[in-house]
Design a protein around this ligand. Structure first.
Ligand SMILES: C[S@@+](CC[C@H](N)C(=O)[O-])C[C@H]1O[C@@H](n2cnc3c(N)ncnc32)[C@H](O)[C@@H]1O
Length: 342
């Protein structure tokens, strides 16, 4: 069975109606973002509400609350029964601050994107990232971003970990591992493995907090480093590079891949996860191209790349026989170095 895309289907724009539909994509975003701004899902909590009482609790107009709630119910984020609104299972669990499964840090990142994406025309002209005091520069912003990554990936990580074969490895380095969400799930799958998380100190603070609550957390150690300026100080049986190459340009990535090759033991494996383009022209999937816009807004040289281009860089860095490994989501790229001759 074909996997259903989690994205709202936007058709190829071949008619004015398609164009209208594509341009109006922002209307869905705005309705949901306004609901988040008003914290409506937390206010609703486990109760059901009439529009009148909900408007009062939100300190919002009755007319505005009525129209907003109707839209949220049309989208499936609220349920409407006998004139009363309540949370859907998703809203109750993941959009409600009082729920243990709340994805607040990631939602905050999405809320911030609204203003920043509005600067796209200017950014396309300048080719330079947003100069914004809200960008991830200070430690606090970096910690918030790292929590956002954890809230983004925590249910995807076990799925990806299932597809990573580390039966021959006892040591793993996660380069730019952020909150460690993926590595902790990889550790859970391979009980003899020990992992090291290499990232900036502020990201590692978040990783420590995440690991403290994870059963495999005691097999994780932390390596504060800037991998673009520093060498990797040790060698490992496997290195994981997840969602890092899109932050950088081709030359920086080739340099990083060379460092990674130098830090692998004989027989060692590199595993790369990212948003790849899979067709020859680099037009598909559209979500990967949209993600390149995010990189245009936030980074000096980041982009999204075709799997073919990344394979070429890996070959330049000295890896042979790069393969694509299927996962429940997008395939990973992998290569294994030759084992030491006996
Ligand atoms: C998009 S996040 C990905 C986090 C994690 N690997 C994942 O897939 O969820 C990129 C991570 O790379 C780290 N990073 C980027 N450039 C870095 C550098 N030059 N040195 C150390 N860490 C870096 C960031 O701090 C961030 O944690």
């Amino acid at each position: 069975m074909k996997k259903q895309s989690p994205w709202i289907e936007i058709p190829q724009v071949e008619s004015f109606e398609h164009l209208r539909s594509a341009v109006n994509g922002y209307t869905y975003s705005r309705v949901i973002l306004t609901a988040l701004d008003l914290d409506i899902f937390t206010v609703i909590g486990i109760k059901s509400w009439t529009v009148r009482t909900l408007a009062r609790a939100l300190d919002a107009s009755q007319r505005g609350t009525d129209i907003l709630c109707r839209n949220l119910a049309s989208l499936g984020l609220l349920l409407l029964e006998d004139g009363r609104y309540s949370n859907s299972p998703l809203s109750a669990a993941e959009l409600n601050k009082k729920s243990p499964d709340y994805r607040g840090a990631y939602l905050a990142l999405l809320q911030r994107h609204w203003d920043e994406w509005s600067q796209l025309t200017h950014i396309v002209k300048s080719g330079k990232p947003i100069e914004d005091d809200k960008l991830v520069t200070e430690d606090e912003d970096r910690r918030a971003f790292t929590w956002a990554m954890h809230h983004r990936s925590r249910d995807k990580a076990p799925q990806i970990a299932k597809s990573i074969d580390l039966r021959n490895a006892t040591t793993l380095l996660d380069v730019g591992g952020g909150p460690g969400t993926y590595t902790l799930e990889i550790l859970a799958k391979w009980p003899k493995l020990h992992a090291t998380l290499g990232d900036r100190p502020a990201a590692l603070q978040v990783a420590r907090a995440v690991a403290r609550k994870h059963p495999a957390g005691d097999r994780l150690t932390y390596l504060p480093l800037d991998f673009m300026y520093e060498d990797i100080p040790d060698t490992y049986d496997a290195i994981f590079l997840s969602n890092v190459i899109h932050i950088y340009g081709p030359d920086e990535n080739i340099k990083l891949l060379k460092k990674i090759k130098a830090a692998l033991n004989p027989g060692g494996k590199i595993i790369i996860q990212d948003f790849f383009l899979w067709d020859k022209k680099g037009l598909s999937p559209i979500e990967t191209n949209l993600f390149a816009i995010t990189m245009l807004l936030y980074t000096e040289a980041g982009n999204t790349y075709s799997a073919e281009e990344v394979k070429t860089w890996m070959t330049k860095a000295g890896f042979r026989k790069v393969t694509s490994v299927p996962t429940a989501e997008e395939p990973l790229l992998e290569a294994t170095l030759p084992a030491k001759k006996p």
